[in-house]
Design a protein around this ligand. Structure first.
Ligand code: ADP
Ligand code: ADP
Ligand code: ZN
Length: 219
């Protein structure tokens, strides 16, 4: 299955991704994680992406799309993929759907995590992230068992530079300006299930599981 995880920054995409990829046995392709890996390894792409990420802006479409289509063409993604944080513009959406149709594939399910804007700021400013595996934590609601250490991989858990308050605000503006329109675009072309992302992590997980089960049993 090819599944898209859609929602504003802080909606809980990364948090839900782990269980989804385990259930579907497909790779997790998160464009933000890919950029952060490049940043850490100080590649040219990492340096380019940083300029945009620090300002809360989007990396240009051509750069992101080339990265994603290369990733989709790799053998481990041939049976399906979970895309997280992509597409973020209508143009990215068009390129993605074209690529899938040229390769005899389709988006089987879009999971849209819907969260009230006032909750997003609290989620993002309290978020802490593992530098090694990307797992999300929250200082108040879901801290790691040992402060600063990832439960999953033992990596260092830190605050992302772009989770500071000024950048959070500009990322939410970028979402409204460029990304929100992707949902109606996708709704006209793919099966979309809207989920209440304001609920607890477990309850959102149950909604996600039910939506996937339903999509798997659809003819
Ligand atoms: P995204 O990948 O959509 O930007 P994350 O999964 O990283 O979002 O979650 C953002 C922050 O909100 C993290 O600190 C995470 O621990 C927290 N979070 C995620 N889902 C929930 C939830 N259902 N209820 C409360 N906090 C959540
Ligand atoms: P979040 O989990 O908070 O939604 P991400 O980790 O997905 O954030 O993305 C972090 C940053 O990486 C974005 O603010 C943007 O600069 C860049 N980025 C990630 N995905 C895309 C994309 N599909 N198009 C353009 N820029 C992207
Ligand atoms: Zn980790």
């Amino acid at each position: 299955m090819n599944v898209l995880l859609f929602g504003p920054p802080g909606a809980g995409k990364g948090t839900q991704a782990e269980a989804i990829v385990a259930r579907l046995d497909v790779p997790h392709v998160a464009t933000g994680d890919i950029f952060r890996r490049h940043l850490k390894e100080q590649t040219e792409l990492g340096r380019l992406a940083k300029g945009y990420m620090d300002k809360g802006e989007l990396v240009p479409d051509q750069v992101v799309c080339a990265l994603v289509t290369d990733r989709l063409a790799q053998p481990d993604a041939s049976k399906g993929v979970l895309l997280d944080g992509f597409p973020r513009t209508v143009s990215q959406g068009e390129i993605l759907l074209d690529w899938f149709s040229k390769h005899g594939r389709a988006v089987d399910l879009v999971l849209s995590l819907e969260v009230a804007p006032e909750l997003l700021v609290a989620r993002l400013s309290g978020r802490r992230t593992c530098r090694s595996c990307g797992r999300s934590y929250h200082v108040e609601t879901s801290p790691p068992r040992v402060e600063g250490v990832c439960d999953s991989c033992g990596g260092e858990v830190v605050q992302r530079d772009d989770d500071r308050e000024e950048t959070v605000r500009s990322r939410l503006e970028t979402y409204l300006r460029e990304t929100a329109a992707v949902l109606p675009f996708l709704s006209e072309r793919c099966p979309v299930v809207r989920l209440d992302g304001s609920q607890s992590i477990a309850s959102v997980g149950a909604q996600v599981a039910a939506a996937i089960e339903q999509a798997q049993s659809a003819p």
